[in-house]
Design a protein around this ligand. Sequence first.
Ligand code: CMC
Length: 431
Amino acid sequence: MAETTKTATLTIDGQSFELPIHSPTAGPDVLDIRKLYAQAGVFTYDPGFTSTASCDSTITFIDGGKGELLHRGYPIDQLAEKSHYLEVCYLMLYGELPTATELEKFESTITNHTMIHEQMHNFFRGFRRDAHPMATMVGVVGAMSAFYHDSTDIADPIQREIASHRLIAKMPTIAAMAYKYSVGQPFVYPRNDLDYAANFIHMCFAVPAEEYVVDPIMARAMDRIFTLHADHEQNASTSTVRLASSSGANPFACIAAGIACLWGPSHGGANQACLEMLKEIGSPENIPEYIARAKDKDDPFRLMGFGHRVYKNFDPRATVMKQSADEVLDLLGVENNPILATAKALEAAALADPYFADKKLFPNVDFYSGIILEAMGFPTSMFTPIFALSRTVGWISQWKEQLSDPAHKIGRPRQLYLGETERDYTDIETR
Ligand code: CMC
């Protein structure tokens, strides 16, 4: 628990209550209201959690004003440039960067868990071919609890560890299978001679009829996309995982809940929605019309890939993603990409517009990622599944952290009730 350095006094109807204030290692002080209802008989009200710290954590820190994102203290731009996804996974799960021996062992463990139970193939075949891969993933990941009973006892730290490894290892296999199923191609088994990102690309794009060699440029870009999405503190899907887990649900059910939450267009679904929006805009001359629509309060349209609850300066992931988009398109020999040109013109137009400046709306991680993924050959429906597989390590690290805390409790928010007060039932004839 953090240090308690100060207290705040709350006065209600002349009666005062002392509330402890905890000082974090970084970020704003936190007012501890856990005893407020017992002492003062009032609830706090914060429906979108805009002012609420739901837990304590040591994994990820965001300074939205500075545009800073740290995992275990390490800045995301350094991790994206110098590290790679599995090393970041180790850092998330265990708190420190691994030694060479630790990394080798971890990579071998993950690599050796990439296959899924053969009977799960039948499970996939129960879905319609036109199902969105996220729908398939919610179902299949939830179904893992029916296949891996030996890692569902959350009270056993060893089983928790095995479940974590299984989820990180199998998520690319499941995402690739969801894709293969949707395009009617045979499933491609994982290959242990390939690294994590290259194996995923291979499982998505190889076919049994011919040899497929993974382009190392693509693999590096893919790995960077995984790294940039690895964790983002208590966002909606992570909070969903924690809330599901607080009841003692098994890890696979909790991660399935996280995937379901991520799918929404305000969250991970924004990467698909953003590319679709850029295609609809079509070319830079249509931008003013869309900017006007985004500003119109009577139009539900928003600039997808723009704005963030926490970042009020810039999203550091978007900066790396933008550079990556330039590099990848260049290296893949894609010249004069009209979507990239539209994206850059839209970003410039929005940043120059007082509406977006005043509301501190900047491009977020989803703004440029879809352009890279499309250049790699992924359909838009695969963008959010790729986000989900990348975020699995964040979800599972937060899940492990929560369960390792002996003081954790079931999450049970209260409400501001505005409905009818008690009234007598009336028979149907008299209504
Ligand atoms: N386009 C136009 N106006 C916007 C946008 C946008 N993209 N985002 C926010 N606003 C306006 C909004 O209308 C509101 O205006 P007003 O104060 O006049 O009512 C103001 O900015 C604040 O918006 P909010 O909805 O109260 O802010 P929030 O913190 O609840 O929402 C958000 C954050 C990310 C859901 C929102 O910015 C949004 O819908 N963005 C588009 C979807 C998107 O790109 N999501 C990905 C987020 S990053 C990756 C991830 O988390 O998965």
